[in-house]
Design a protein around this ligand. Structure first.
Ligand code: 9UX
Length: 70
């Protein structure tokens, strides 16, 4: 089922970080859209929960060097 979630992303400090986080998220299977806000420290993600879990979204962003507090 298609869902949307907003996850916290801490540690982004420039537009390059925004591009990196966006790229990491959209590379995951099942992710159709990722809107990342540097100012808000958030990523709004549209995904299919048959393909990927929220935990996997957070892990992917953390593996790229950021923090995703629950
Ligand atoms: Mo900017 Mo971020 O120089 O991963 S790209 S701090």
């Amino acid at each position: 089922m298609e869902k949307e979630v907003t996850i916290k992303v801490e540690g982004m400090s420039c537009g390059g970080c925004v591009r990196n986080v966006t790229g990491v998220l959209t590379a995951l299977p099942g992710v159709s859209k990722a809107e990342v806000s540097l100012e808000a420290g958030e990523a709004r993600v549209r995904f299919d929960d048959e393909d990927v879990s929220i935990e996997e979204l957070r892990e992917a962003v953390e593996n790229a060097g950021f923090d995703c507090p629950v």
